[in-house]
Design a protein around this ligand. Structure first.
Ligand SMILES: *Cc1c(COP(=O)(O)O)cnc(C)c1O
Length: 233
């Protein structure tokens, strides 16, 4: 068995244990394989091993690999510049990294041109790290309401968060919890284009903590494919 397949089985087992430990159904938690810097061949190996959703953080990588990867749902998980939305609007299933009304309006405009409604998540930077994108918890509700008012071709499906890196993954718990509280609060907003289903939290080193805190979409790269070598691409 290949390493990729073995690693996916291992992650699925850890995910299942983490879910059951807090009384949740493992099947309610989606494993999104993060494939940045990985080749189409490596990605297809992951798809053969059962991966249905993949995450990329760069528009260019999606464009380069799109035609060579087997049918799968693509997620844009990294910072998105407005001038690049047009390249991926008809390729991705969901954009996790929306952190401004300006970006949502561009997504809305391009989605309308393709007669589609794009699913988005609002990125929350609950730790308020300067180096990271995302809205503060205080800004989030205002941005959600403005997007609902102005973007008919966008549907808000939930929230996304990247916790600060910490040697002890338990340290991420407090930031995940804060976003889960927002998720519970905003999921009650009644609007035909707000349909909360995804709480995207947790990466290779902290996804067990994220699951415990309520994540239902984990984004895992290194633990599946090994350390990234950015010089390779
Ligand atoms: C790279 C990346 C991941 C995956 O990180 P790993 O530590 O390799 O699991 C998850 N989310 C985002 C937004 C990323 O850019």
């Amino acid at each position: 068995m290949s390493d990729i397949k073995k690693n996916i089985e291992k992650i699925q087992n850890i995910k299942a244990d983490a879910a059951m430990a807090c009384g949740r159904n493992p099947e309610d938690i989606l494993l999104c394989a993060v494939t940045k810097t990985r080749t189409a061949e490596e990605i297809n190996e992951a798809v053969d091993a059962g991966i249905t959703d993949i995450g990329e953080n760069k528009v260019q990588e999606i464009m380069d690999k799109f035609d060579s990867v087997k049918p799968v749902r693509w997620h844009l998980i990294g910072h998105l510049q407005t001038n690049k939305v047009k390249y991926i609007i008809d390729k991705v299933s969901m954009i996790h990294s929306v952190d401004s009304v300006h970006l949502a309006r561009e997504i809305d405009k391009r989605a309308a041109q393709h007669s589609l409604v794009m699913d988005i998540l609002i990125q929350v930077n609950s730790a308020e790290e300067e180096s990271k994108f995302g809205l503060t918890t205080d800004e989030t509700e205002g941005v959600i309401r403005e997007i609902l008012d102005t973007c008919p071709n966008v549907r808000i499906r939930g929230l996304m968060c990247i916790a600060p890196y910490a040697d002890n993954p338990e340290d991420a718990g407090v930031y995940f919890r804060e976003v889960k509280n927002l998720y519970n609060k905003f999921s009650k907003i009644s609007h035909d284009r707000l349909d909360f289903k995804y709480l995207s939290m947790g990466m290779s080193h902290d996804f067990e903590v994220a699951i415990r805190e309520g994540s239902n979409l984990i984004r895992v790269g290194t633990a599946i494919f090994g350390e990234r070598d950015y010089s390779r691409k």
